[in-house]
Design a protein around this ligand. Sequence first.
Ligand code: ARG
Length: 263
Amino acid sequence: MKKGFLALCIASLAAFSVACGADVNEGGSSSSNNDDDKVIVMGTSADYFPYEFVDTANGDEIVGFDIDIAKQVAENMGYELKIEDMDFGSLLGALNAGRVDFVMAGMTPTEERKENADFSDIYFTAKNLILSKGDAIQSLEDLNGKQVGVQLGSIQEGIAKDNIEGAEIVALNKIPEIIQEIKTGRIDAMVIEDTVAKKYLDQDSELSTFEIVDEEEAGSAAAFRKGDELRDQFNEELNKLIESGEIEKLAQKWFEEEAAPAE
Ligand code: ARG
């Protein structure tokens, strides 16, 4: 925003409240009031170790694979990154309402989502598993009549509906909530990405998984408002990081080396 315009807005705030409101900010606009420190706001759902999670040992900072990528891309684009944490199911709504400038949340660019957002190239892929407690559930058939947890608004919701017959699908907001429900036996199983399941499997030997064989791998990409040129700028920088091997390095850091924090 130009300084003159800002001054004008402040001077006549009442009259201009609508015009200013878009920029003077509910925390969500890439334009900032000082050209030297442009801020870009990313929406995420920090319940997804190691993509994005709250590092409780370090002042509740949100960190992870997506965050490292976003920070580097934002910096190379000349922005300072600000993060807004929310439920996964609210992310695309917040994007289209202008509360965030883009979304990174291990989000898979599905056809349905592409109707409401433009996606970057895919920077990582993972498979989907069924996770349950004990060894009673060994196949999709064993889930008939059982309760299967999924994150609300995630592709896992669709995967559960398409692949499991006769189960009740229970959609909850946060992944750790679903894990908790399984541990206490209130629900029987969940659909979860292999990369995200790993932490919980490492921490609790009673949990077990099997792969949903017919399902394609699911990729992660960043989401932008439709037609927003930020997507192309982001993509250009993202691809530089892919080509230089930087994304691979970050993947190793977060998916292979990083020890999961205790809950
Ligand atoms: N990849 C899945 C999807 O796009 C799940 C992503 C969940 N992400 C999160 N931060 N909780 O639907």
